[in-house]
Design a protein around this ligand. Sequence first.
Ligand code: SF4
Ligand code: SF4
Ligand code: SF4
Length: 327
Amino acid sequence: MADLAKMRNEIKKIAQRDDVKYVIGYEKGTYGWRVSPSFARTPEEVDKFIFSPLCVNNLAVYLVLEEKLPLPKDVEKEKKKIGIVVKGCDSRSVVQLIQEKAISRDDVVILGVPCSGVVEPKKMKEMFGKEIGTVAIEDKGEKYVIVIDGKKREVLKEELVSENCKTCQYQNPVISDILIGDEIKEKREENYSKVKELEEKSTQERWDYWKEKFEKCIRCYACRNCCPVCNCKECMAEKTTPVWIRRSVNLSENAGFHIMRSLHTAGRCIGCGSCERVCPMDIPLSKLYKKVEKDVIELFDYRAGLDEEEKPLLSVYSVDDSNEYIL
Ligand code: SF4
Ligand code: SF4
Ligand code: SF4
């Protein structure tokens, strides 16, 4: 992980620029060991920025959350840029947003940080309980050195790292204006073993699997709200003319929501794992989106969020496309 002092210095240079509105990074959270998104409008505010394997949030979601209200006739649109700290997966969301014209490349200053993986908060909670206070964590290759309230522990990285990070192929940011820290030698191969296990089951068995998961969903929409590519002004799940999904929480409506969301994020999901991470009902959403990602690669040889010049998958047609997706 990047040297913190060097990182803050680089970010301060961006935060003090007149053409930059604020920089989005991470700071220590108010609850135990949790980390929160942080917004620095001045170089002084950058002093609270941190970066560690606890920085799990995909901050790119904040690039599209700001409400853009209509302006009075004689008021000009603010042209200031937003600085953002990105790991590999987050950087792919930024590329995807640029591709889809949700943001413009000129609107952002991208501070890329090579990433060797983040810890899974749910695993942290299981291992240490939820009441733990201050935690300092250092990535030492095969293990994490964790200091909890002054007491040092060593944990095998394998046991604590996020499942998404275990198969991540883009640990280095795919886009950045400033790269903070040394690039990581990426060596992982595509791994869809969990998806393949499900694919080998019968249709009935697969339905039984997802039925049991979808039945638990309480439709809190946390998965949608934390997702940078799920950024429609009005979500189809909330449309009333026509109603696509009813408000009642039952298997049919829940399955409708999940099938809709997985199709709407096809060719757009960059596999950050945020949706699964925030789900209070432990629904294995990554498995669903990994399946769609695998299908998109097989059908269209397309990977989301890699090239800002590329056209979004579902906005183009090629005569070479296979017709297998046409019902
Ligand atoms: S998915 Fe990759 S870039 Fe993202 S947190 Fe994990 S290792 Fe880092
Ligand atoms: S976060 Fe979980 S419980 Fe909430 S809507 Fe998404 S899948 Fe359902
Ligand atoms: S669907 Fe989930 S994994 Fe994919 S980009 Fe959105 S939050 Fe990340």
